[in-house]
Design a binder for this molecule. Structure first.
Ligand SMILES: Nc1ncnc2c1ncn2[C@@H]1O[C@H](COP(=O)(O)OP(=O)(O)OP(=O)(O)O)[C@@H](O)[C@H]1O
Ligand SMILES: [Mg+2]
Length: 253
């Protein structure tokens, strides 16, 4: 809720805008750096290849092996740059969903295992209630994994130390429901409508970009589903992702 005079609101908005631009600048610098590294290696390998081929009518084995080696490096670095672009496109929520048949319980369990080790170190236990009769879900596996992982990491951060994260899957009115519940700090009512906004974070600088939930929201929406949230300060939060089981055609259009 905005308070004070309209001029203050304007200042507030400008300040927020400036903050967002700063965050975008930081992101752009990070991406630039990440892309520059593979480009530098590709250039270096290409220079070497040009040197090996200069004024040659035929090549010896050593040169051929060296050329093969350079090509291998170039392919590897192109793949690396491609991966960075893919993540960036995920961030920009522009990647078209690729629909495949998914075993929800397996997908969720794979992500649970990713966070479990670190959670155990903080005495946070993961409790699973997987519906064994959940039908196959037709959706985008990598994007759904990203959603579940973001929610689990948020839950782990919210608990901080000594608590429980409960993961439930169930068949609910024709949807697959994935519920991630934590006994963490909870979300104050005044933040409930902000947490899905890009760049909204309560984490210290360097520990959260505030993009996690906005990415989750964009992905789930494009997959034809929804994310619901219930939270109580100092008690915990429950995030429920629902995805239509029957949807095979037209997803993401
Ligand atoms: N399970 C949760 N319990 C309490 N607060 C939460 C929970 N999940 C999200 N939040 C709040 O919502 C904010 C935004 O979450 P979001 O995932 O978008 O960004 P982040 O976790 O801060 O950073 P990032 O995900 O980009 O690393 C968090 O900073 C936190 O204040
Ligand atoms: Mg997050």
């Amino acid at each position: 809720m905005k308070q004070g005079q309209p001029e203050d609101w304007l200042l507030d908005d400008r300040f927020l805008q400036a903050q967002k631009l700063a965050a975008i600048g930081e992101l752009a610098a990070g991406v630039g750096h990440e892309i520059n590294n593979p480009l530098a290696i590709i250039r270096q390998e290409a220079e070497l290849m040009r040197y090996l081929l200069r004024d040659r009518e035929y090549l010896g084995w050593e040169e051929i092996l060296s050329l093969g080696d350079s090509l291998g490096h170039i392919i590897q670095e192109v793949d690396r740059a491609g991966e960075i672009i893919r993540r960036l496109l995920d961030f920009a929520r522009k990647r078209e969903p690729v629909i495949q048949g998914l075993e929800v319980n397996k997908l969720v369990e794979d992500m649970a295992r990713l966070v479990e080790k670190e959670a155990q170190l903080k005495n946070i236990s993961l409790v699973r209630h997987y519906d064994p009769d959940l039908p196959m879900l037709f959706s985008d596996g990598p994007q759904l994994r990203q959603v579940i992982l973001n929610l689990l990491i948020n839950a782990r951060d919210a608990v901080e130390q000594d608590g429980v994260i409960t993961i439930t899957t169930r068949h609910q009115d024709g949807d697959a429901a994935i519920v991630i519940e934590d006994t963490g700090c909870g979300i104050p009512p005044e933040n409930l409508d902000k947490i899905f906004h890009p760049f909204f974070t309560t984490k210290p600088p360097g520990q959260g970009t505030g993009l996690g939930l906005s990415i989750c929201h964009g992905i789930v929406q494009r997959l034809g589903g929804s994310i619901a949230l219930a939270s109580q300060v100092e008690k915990g939060s429950v995030f429920t992702v629902r995805l239509p089981l029957g949807l095979r055609e037209g997803v993401g259009k």
